[in-house]
Design a binder for this molecule. Structure first.
Ligand code: HEC
Ligand code: HEC
Length: 249
């Protein structure tokens, strides 16, 4: 008798989270919520979770213990095993703080915009801007590899909120790569950008700024002049030509 009592209390310590009836989804009650108020209806929590998956472009198992194709009733939603779930909890607290702060904005409308996961995440789990993804990939593995990654992202996400495939991203990536002393890789990124935006004037200002980083004022002047040829109102290119003392040629 005494022995079984000991075992019983040990078991309680080992399993502080009471198990749900297996196979039941949605669960009857919430077990291990630390941010969501305990009394929140489970259907409302599931709705919130669907917003998480949509906002981050992931499935339940990104944060919860379970496998693709497994019935939701067999997931262990209460368990805190995955780091992503712990991060998500901090993110929930952060979003609450942001929205509280937004409410203090002078003149804010009663129904002003609220921040949600998708405000930053826009359908991807790490909300890194495209220029940064490409610049980091280029510095780490070279332009060829980064260009393959860029094309794969474009294939998958073009037309979505996730990444900006406009002209600016590769220009900014190229400039960042050039500042990391990889001018040839930077020019390879600009070449891809030129294929996509063949009439751009601004891209040639970037090209000039990039070749200047290795002291090539002649190529820089050629690039700035090309920018002006493409768009006679490009005052930035004119200013840059003056800055390098090539305005009069
Ligand atoms: C981005 C991470 C993330 C994703 C994706 C996610 N959840 Fe969650 N989920 C959490 C976090 C964090 C909590 C705990 C919230 C708290 O502590 O208040 C939670 C709690 C839950 C709970 C309550 C568990 C308990 O303790 O009783 C259920 C049920 C749940 N999620 C279901 C789902 C379902 C179903 C999906 C897929 C549609 C899903 N979740 C997707 C992060 C996530
Ligand atoms: C203000 C912008 C912002 C908002 C709003 C935001 N996040 Fe994040 N989130 C980030 C940033 C930035 C990172 C990357 C942090 C890092 O570099 O480690 C991130 C990372 C994460 C990660 C880790 C992803 C991974 O692959 O490791 C999870 C999970 C996550 N966020 C969940 C959420 C959830 C759930 C919400 C809504 C409740 C949310 N985030 C709202 C900015 C935001």
């Amino acid at each position: 008798m005494r022995l079984s009592l000991v075992c019983f209390s040990l078991a309680l310590f080992a399993a502080p989270l009471p198990a749900q009836a297996p196979g039941k989804f949605p669960p009857d009650s919430l077990i291990n919520v630390k941010v969501i108020p305990k009394g929140t209806p489970v259907v409302q929590v599931v709705g919130m979770m669907r917003n998480f998956t949509g906002g981050l472009g992931v499935r339940c198992q990104f944060c919860h213990v379970g496998e693709e194709g497994m019935p939701l009733g067999q997931f262990d939603f209460a368990k805190d095993e995955k780091k992503t779930k712990l991060v998500a909890r901090q993110m929930m607290r952060m979003v609450e703080e942001i929205n509280k702060r937004l409410d203090t904005i002078p003149g804010r409308a009663a129904q002003g915009l609220q921040v949600s996961c998708s405000t930053c995440h826009r359908g991807v789990n790490k909300p890194t801007p495209l220029f940064q993804v490409v610049a980091e990939a280029t510095v780490a593995a070279g332009a060829d590899s980064a260009i393959r990654a860029y094309k794969a992202l474009r294939e998958r996400f073009y037309g979505r909120d996730a990444y900006d495939f406009g002209e600016g991203s590769l220009n900014a990536a190229a400039f960042r790569v050039a500042r990391a002393n990889k001018v040839d890789d930077a020019l390879a990124l600009l070449k891809l950008n030129e294929e996509q935006f063949p009439n751009s004037s601004g891209m040639y200002v970037f090209r000039g700024n990039i070749v200047l980083l290795r002291g090539d004022t002649t190529s820089a002047a050629t690039a700035y002049r090309e920018a002006i040829r493409r768009d006679s109102t490009n005052n930035e290119a004119r200013g840059r030509l003056r800055d390098i003392g090539r305005a009069q040629e």
